[in-house]
Design a protein. Structure first.
Length: 118
């Protein structure tokens, strides 16, 4: 239902990728803010970026490093960069590889124009 609301004409596979991306974005942005988080099994790092209680909320340089590492890895996963990028230690960032592979299997850069896929 979530994917269909955002992309009504999507195939089941495309909807699955969209839903995984949305969940990944939520987890990446919110990460976890305490050791009691349900995300404990994903990563042992506390990485809340934008909440007052998060470890990165008061450390601009660390938050910027997290964002930069994410951007470099996403570009590499989507085939938009030839820069060799190591798999990040952060498991949340590293999980994007699954989404990137699915996107690359379904779409090519040449088929995308202004966000519309033809």
């Amino acid at each position: 239902m979530f994917a269909a609301a955002w992309w009504p004409s999507a195939t089941l596979e495309e909807g699955h990728v969209l839903t995984c991306l949305a969940i990944w974005l939520f987890v990446w942005d919110d990460g976890k803010s305490s050791p009691k988080s349900s995300l404990e099994f994903i990563n042992n790092n506390s990485i809340e970026i934008d909440a007052e209680v998060g470890t990165l909320s008061g450390d601009f340089q660390a938050a910027q490093k997290y964002r930069d590492e994410t951007i470099r890895y996403i570009k590499w996963c989507l085939g938009l960069s030839t820069e060799k990028v190591e798999v990040p230690e952060n498991k949340i960032i590293a999980f994007f590889k699954i989404i990137g592979d699915a996107v690359c299997d379904s779409f090519s850069v040449g088929k995308q124009t202004c966000g519309t896929v033809y």
